[in-house]
Design a protein. Sequence first.
Length: 154
Amino acid sequence: MGKSQETYNKKEKEKKRLKKRQDKLKRQEARKASAEANAESGKSGFDNMIAYVDENGNITDTPPDLTKKKKVNAKSIEIGVPKREKEEVDAVRHGRVEFFNDSKGFGFIKERDTNEKYFVHVNGLLEDIRENDVVSFELERGMKGMNAVRVKKT
């Protein structure tokens, strides 16, 4: 005679399955009972789910008062990032050439007052420059930031 095919582990799994099934039936009955209670009170499940936004932007369960409705001009609404006002920039700035590569035709100028570095291209030069030259320049917005243009030695 062979051993019984039902092991302890199999018994435990079967108990868990039965418990899940019973829990599921209990949840179904609870949902049916709450649906019946709502039907008796006159509210459906959908009515319980509706939410409204009042005049202050708060979420409530009561419809908003239409007398407090404000008229908004659609043209006054700005979509996206508002345009920046033109920056007031000093016309001529002074600085020192930190790096300049003659073969590639670009470099960087460090401004004397703010210690900020600005890109300079050979097309923006009025005179030839080298590293450590003191220069005056103007700024212009480029694709990747501010560029030094109209650069000349001082």
